[in-house]
Design a protein around this ligand. Structure first.
Ligand code: F6P
Length: 335
């Protein structure tokens, strides 16, 4: 059989462990398999750029952040039917039996679209996908995405480092977190470090109350701000400074964005293990000639039946837009 591996969307630590798993499991279980990496994610499927992978090519990469195959965003793939057809036919022309994808929300949608075209046209390739994104915004009713815990590790380190200066100078730090419209990264990082407040996407923040909370807190005050919140760090700072002036609260406010730093660095062991498990599951199912599907797992070794790709790509089934009420209560109780 001939396999292709693709990493899509924003890179996330653990993608390399997924690549290693697919390559090694394929070649160890059936050495006659040929395994190809798609160069630069979805763009490589348009330009037909592939690299044959052997067991030695993936030695020592599981721990490394990023993706050795590269990833380039191609937003037109979501909207351009001609491009979608071209990619579906490219897969067939290259005689790929299976395409294994590790990517985020956008990649999942692309997989579902391609799978539909492939079936309509009677083409050969089947697509198996698993969630890879720091945002944890892919069908997370069923698990967590590869890279999420690595990004949390990074965030926790940074939030602890900034605590030193915040505390030494009695400053308020507004700290930006990636995560797009998902609250998970900011929220979990904030809980873990014991941030004084976490501003969620779409939250209706009571700034007067927030100012009171800051006033009552004498030393370090770290407020984590999710990317999906409607205001920039600077805008939030100005709102708070106006209130501080009016109420004579003598606290200095600084802003800092964790941003791209959250995405890099070594993979968390949970991400390496889950990526390895999902790669193994996909490969063994491919050898059993299973249909296209979305693979996820609560933990390594957890046997979850694959979901149809269009179900996994359906945002209305994902709970990433809302943090459960009980978790919010827990955060308040931890302060
Ligand atoms: O999807 C992952 C993510 O890091 C988001 O949290 C963020 O909004 C986006 O990617 C940034 O993307 P880019 O690397 O294209 O600027």
């Amino acid at each position: 059989m001939k396999f292709a591996i693709l990493t899509g969307g924003g890179d996330s630590s653990g993608m390399n462990a997924f690549i290693r798993s697919v390559v090694r499991c394929s070649l160890n279980i059936r050495p006659e398999t040929s395994v190809w990496g798609v160069i630069d994610g979805w763009r490589g499927l348009i330009t037909n750029e592939y690299r044959r992978l052997g067991k030695l090519d993936v030695a020592g990469i599981a721990f490394q952040g990023g993706t050795i195959l590269g990833t380039v965003r191609v937003p037109e793939l979501a909207t351009d039917p001609e491009l979608q057809r071209q990619v579906a036919f490219n897969l067939d022309d290259n005689h790929f039996d299976y395409l294994f994808v590790c990517g985020g929300n956008g990649s999942l949608k692309a997989c579902a679209t391609l799978d539909r075209i492939i079936k309509q046209e009677g083409l050969r390739t089947r697509i198996m996908a698993c969630p890879g994104s720091i945002d944890n915004d892919v069908a997370n009713n069923y698990g967590t995405s590869i890279g999420f815990y690595s990004a949390l590790d990074r965030s926790l380190e940074m939030l602890e480092w900034i605590r030193n200066t915040a505390s030494s100078h009695r400053r308020v730090y507004l700290i930006g977190s990636m995560g797009r419209d998902s609250a998970y990264l900011a929220f979990y990082a904030g809980i873990a470090t014991g941030a004084e407040y976490i501003i969620r996407p779409r939250e209706n923040v009571d700034y007067e109350q927030l100012a009171t909370m800051i006033e009552e807190r004498d030393r370090d005050t770290r407020i984590v701000v999710a990317e999906g919140y409607g205001k920039s760090l600077e805008e939030i700072r100005q709102i708070l400074e106006d209130i501080f002036r009016r109420r004579n609260i003598k606290r200095e406010i600084r802003t800092v964005d964790m941003g791209y730093f959250q995405r890099g660095g070594q993979a968390a062991v949970t991400d390496i293990l889950r990526a390895s498990w999902l790669g193994y599951r996909m490969v063994t199912d491919a050898f059993a000639r299973k249909e296209s599907g979305f693979y996820t797992a609560f933990y390594t070794g957890h046997w979850q039946e694959p979901l149809p790709l269009d179900v996994a790509a359906d945002d209305s089934r994902s709970n990433h837009l809302d943090i459960p009420e009980e978790l919010i209560k827990m955060t308040l109780a931890l302060r």
